[in-house]
Design a protein around this ligand. Structure first.
Ligand SMILES: NC(=O)c1ccc[n+]([C@@H]2O[C@H](COP(=O)([O-])OP(=O)(O)OC[C@H]3O[C@@H](n4cnc5c(N)ncnc54)[C@H](O)[C@@H]3O)[C@@H](O)[C@H]2O)c1
Length: 325
């Protein structure tokens, strides 16, 4: 299949395109390189284009006759989404609408969407099933939930077939050490702790230590980026086979607290992590753990790299490379 990976120069997208090597699919990348890196997509044709440029997006889709689009491009920083919700609605909703409008016009009706556990907000129960009501708290999560609603309506009216994948905490780096997480500013827990271990950061902040959890710090479900890429490949095959839309959690059904992550980083890096306790952040639920039974049963997906040891070891190898540790 001829597939366009939008946002393929970013963290998760770059692991996706690498996973496509040695498959029969033909992959190109579209990215504006706002947070992505050209070298991440060096083995692929890269269209440098912003999704706000509908004419250019239409031209690229038309000329290259893509049959499917995987959409990783978005703004992803929860804190920033409170300060600049307009940026988030523009990039995550309006720009996605642009892409979908071009696709529908050209009758490209297969779509895989990067959603997030942030669509659930404060969960009704743990582990979280896909059927739970969505009540996202932060603007970032709201934009993803809006897109999921749009996708459902576009399926009914235009026959768009989609799979929306709600990732829990994406983490880790490729096991071959060539690619990994490189957000700037970095807001994700594991790279922040590792940057403290490598000396790129003086200390690390724990946001709140009086949550109702085992040790008072937030508990999250960490899922290795290579397991996310595999879930995309299985979703693509399922979508081609069944031509029916669906939504899946991608998580590991395992919760680790912030302190447990620090402990594991200290063990692997053999470095003491200095940390400070700070105020809780807005919109941070105490516990987020996925129920992954739907994706394991329907797509036969299994997490292979998401044990904490592999996550932190691969991320640490990557951090050592970035920091010349
Ligand atoms: N990283 C996580 O923990 C996590 C968790 C849940 C969901 N997600 C979702 O996964 C997707 C990928 O996240 P990531 O961590 O790889 O982010 P990233 O910032 O590393 O990658 C996003 C890519 O999209 C590109 N992009 C952004 N806006 C664009 C635009 N308007 N036009 C063209 N290209 C554009 C960026 O240049 C970048 O290469 C996002 O949709 C995000 O919401 C990520």
């Amino acid at each position: 299949m001829k597939i366009l990976v939008v946002g393929g120069a970013g963290y998760i997208g770059s692991h996706m395109i690498k996973r496509f090597q040695n498959t029969d699919h033909q992959i190109d990348v579209l990215d504006n390189l706002s947070t992505g890196f050209k070298e991440n997509s060096q083995n692929y044709k890269l269209h440098i284009c912003d999704l706000s440029n509908k004419e250019q997006v239409h031209k690229i889709l038309k000329e290259n006759k893509y049959e499917m689009v995987m959409h990783f491009a978005s703004s992803i920083n929860v804190g920033e989404s409170y300060d600049h919700p307009m940026k988030y609605y523009e990039n995550n909703v309006i720009n996605t609408l642009n892409l979908l409008e071009c696709m529908i016009d050209l009758k490209i009706l297969n779509f895989i969407f990067s959603s997030t556990a942030a669509v659930y907000g404060e969960p009704e129960s743990i582990p979280i099933k896909e059927a739970q009501n969505l009540s996202p708290i932060n603007p970032y999560g709201k934009t993803k939930s809006v897109v999921e609603n749009i996708l459902s309506d576009y399926d009914k009216s235009y026959g768009l077939k989609y799979i929306s994948l709600r990732y829990f905490n994406a983490c880790g780096a490729h096991i071959d050490g060539t690619i990994g997480e490189r957000h700037n500013p970095e807001t994700h827990l594991i790279p922040l702790i590792l940057q403290t271990a490598s000396g790129r950061r003086n200390n690390f902040k724990i946001y709140g230590d009086d949550y109702k959890t085992k040790d008072g710090t937030c508990v999250r479900d960490y899922i290795h980026v290579m397991d996310i890429a595999e879930a995309h490949l299985l979703s693509l095959e399922k979508l081609i086979q069944t031509q029916s839309s669906d939504i899946y959690n991608i998580g590991n059904e395992q919760g680790y607290s912030v302190r447990e992550i620090i402990d594991m980083v200290e063990e692997i890096t053999q470095t003491k992590i200095p940390y400070k306790i700070s105020e809780k952040r807005k919109g941070d639920p105490a516990v987020l753990i996925a129920d992954n039974s739907k994706i394991t049963e329907k797509l036969n997906w299994r997490a292979k790299y998401s044990d904490l040891n592999t996550i932190i070891n691969t991320a640490w190898e990557w951090e050592k490379k970035l920091s010349n540790f």
